[in-house]
Design a protein around this ligand. Structure first.
Ligand code: FMN
Length: 126
């Protein structure tokens, strides 16, 4: 018999991505699994970021972020960037992640990621 559960994520598995962000002189990268496409026209994607993440205000302040798809080579860094905060550690340095400049926005992208989706913040729930 089917059960009723309280609301929660039921969609598994979810591919993780590495989101890069920048606010003024601070660059950061963190792991996000709750991400995806909202619309093709206009092209819109989403990331779900908890307000307590260090990256939350970086993105709110700058209005930009990049969704970097991962590879096998980036597995360890993807895990690390999802358990350590940019408040305490420079994750680019610790994981030897090379940065490049995004083409359309003022934000770093991961050089070793094959796909960098440059995003401008549109709106959020809070
Ligand atoms: C596989 C994986 C997926 C994650 N997905 C999310 C997510 O979708 N949203 C989120 O807010 N945090 C997510 N996290 C947790 C953040 O990546 C983690 O709290 C990170 O340390 C935040 O970094 P920051 O404090 O430098 O912003 C995930 C962590 C892992 C390991």
């Amino acid at each position: 018999m089917k059960q009723s559960w309280k609301p929660g994520n039921m969609v598994y598995p979810l591919p993780a991505v590495m989101v890069t962000c920048r606010d003024q002189e601070i660059d950061n990268v963190f792991t996000v699994a709750w991400t995806g496409t909202i619309c093709t026209n206009p092209p819109m994607a989403y990331i779900s970021v908890r307000p307590e993440r260090y990256s939350y205000n970086l993105i709110k302040n700058s209005g930009v972020f990049v969704i970097n798809l991962t590879t096998k080579k980036l597995v360890k860094a993807t895990d690390f960037c999802g358990v350590r905060s940019g408040r305490d550690v420079d994750k680019f340095k610790e994981m030897h992640l090379e940065k490049e400049e995004a083409k359309e926005i003022n934000c770093p992208v991961l050089k070793d990621s094959p796909v960098n989706i440059e995003c401008k913040y549109e709106k959020s729930k809070s």
